[in-house]
Design a protein around this ligand. Structure first.
Ligand SMILES: C[S@@+](CC[C@H](N)C(=O)[O-])C[C@H]1O[C@@H](n2cnc3c(N)ncnc32)[C@H](O)[C@@H]1O
Length: 424
């Protein structure tokens, strides 16, 4: 537990200093190649869990302290340990004993006594302290106040369930590769492997208990991919047919590219501005036995990479706040700032306008985000339609009351889709 607490605190400190958790963990794996897979898993669980419940834990710590802790590493250690004590089954005495040892190797090494006192005080007064810690929105919902306010305003009837969903463990959904299998056959393979699951969409199966991909039958032979149900609507909505020329303009890591190619035989160009991420599109397609033309390019500057032949279908799965998938990346809640949403919306508008010029007459463009902020979604789509008289908005049936908006729930993440057809 010593190493787990130490390295989880280190990655939490990195996030609190502005790094993403993915970056922090990947630097840690590089620096500590001898960590065993189980240790990595435990470090990951503690880092994710602490960030998921960060508001509550931070309020709790403030109530336990007489004065603020100035050493970031010590503060991170205390937060990780409070998470362990409140949300895991780790034995409390063991959590405290190890934390004291980690504290003696942390920062100035002076924090041993403080860590011991704070954690023992928490164990003695847990219920009272937690009740008090939940008194404001920050502690109650473990989201920043500006985010809570934005949800209240945008979703007066659903904001509580949205915030609650944002703090849960995400579902693990698979997409069966139609070229190689189908949901019935794959359900039988899962049953043989002793994995409980249910069919939740045309190509979608949700596992009752998440497992690593190495336990999924035929994963490395391309039988299935891991993809949220919400993301699986893209290929369906874009209505691709054999022989079409298709552009996936922000394609990496290739989740939707793969689904489009599993749905029909296409002449598909997959663009992404990030060369490293683009290689993942190639790797994913190779695993699935599919292929596309991969182009490193900026979707808002198509002149730099487009050959001038229009596309029948364009998928614009644009960079966004990722607020609909915060439960998969809980660091997002703490790294985003309100002004980021404005910047994303501006960047998305530029991309949309640029990509519209590539759509053939009668062709379709599907705008997609994994956001739940209206500025990136319905407001963006309405502004685009108002700017482009040749864009006809088509209905998007994803089974929700709000056209095209999926809110995070136990079945799927938060996504948004708007579909436009170009006048002939
Ligand atoms: C939401 S992700 C795409 C997810 C992908 N469609 C999938 O289903 O796996 C957005 C992608 O846009 C890329 N991106 C960001 N800015 C871009 C730009 N100006 N042009 C093209 N791609 C961009 C990012 O590198 C990222 O891979």
């Amino acid at each position: 537990m010593f190493a787990t607490q130490k390295y989880a605190s280190q990655s939490l400190s990195a996030v609190l200093a502005g790094q993403t958790l993915t970056e922090a963990l990947s630097e840690l794996w590089k620096a500590m190649p001898d960590l065993r897979p189980q240790q990595r898993g435990a470090i990951q669980d503690l880092s994710y869990g602490t960030l998921r419940h960060f508001g509550l834990l931070d309020n709790t710590l403030k109530l336990l302290l007489n004065k603020p802790v100035h050493e970031p590493a010590l503060k991170a250690l205390l937060l990780v340990c409070l998470y362990q004590l409140q949300f895991t089954r780790a034995a409390p005495y063991s959590v405290v004993d190890h934390a004291v040892k980690v504290a003696s190797h942390t920062g100035s090494g002076q924090g041993k006594g403080l860590v011991n006192a704070i954690l023992r005080n928490f164990l003695r007064r847990r219920d009272t302290i937690l009740n008090e810690a939940r008194h404001n929105d920050y502690g109650k919902w473990s989201h920043p106040q500006w985010w809570v306010n934005a949800m209240r305003e945008a979703w007066p009837a659903q904001w509580e369930s949205i915030l609650n969903a944002g703090n849960q463990h995400p579902p693990l959904t698979l997409r069966v590769n139609r070229h190689r299998s189908n949901v019935e056959q794959y359900m039988a393979l899962l049953a043989e492997a002793g994995l409980e699951a249910s069919v939740t969409g045309k190509d979608a199966i949700r596992l009752r208990y998440p497992v690593g991909v190495d336990r999924l039958p035929g994963f490395f032979d391309g039988l299935v991919s891991v993809q949220d149900l919400g993301a699986q609507y893209a290929a369906q909505l874009l209505d691709v047919q054999d022989g079409m020329r298709v552009l996936d303009a922000c394609s990496a890591p290739g989740g939707k590219t793969g689904h489009l190619l599993e749905t029909a035989t296409l002449d598909l160009t997959a663009v992404d501005s990030d060369a490293q991420r683009l290689t993942r599109v190639g790797d994913n397609l190779q695993r699935l036995g599919l292929s596309a033309k991969l182009v490193r390019g900026d979707a808002s500057r198509p002149k730099e990479w487009w050959d001038g032949t229009p596309f029948d279908r364009v998928l614009a799965d644009v960079p966004c706040s990722a607020s609909g998938v915060a439960r998969r990346h809980p660091d997002i809640k703490w790294l985003r700032r309100p002004e980021d949403i404005v910047q994303f919306a501006q960047q998305q508008a530029v991309m949309l306008d640029a990509l519209w010029g590539l759509v053939a007459p009668g062709g379709k463009l599907l705008y997609a985000t994994c956001s739940i902020f209206p500025a990136e979604n319905k407001d963006q789509a309405a502004a685009f339609a108002a700017r482009n008289a040749d864009a006809q908005r088509l209905p998007v049936n994803v089974g929700t009351a709000d056209d095209g908006q999926l809110l995070p729930n136990p079945e799927h993440d938060g996504f948004y889709y708007a579909l436009f057809q170009k006048a002939r």
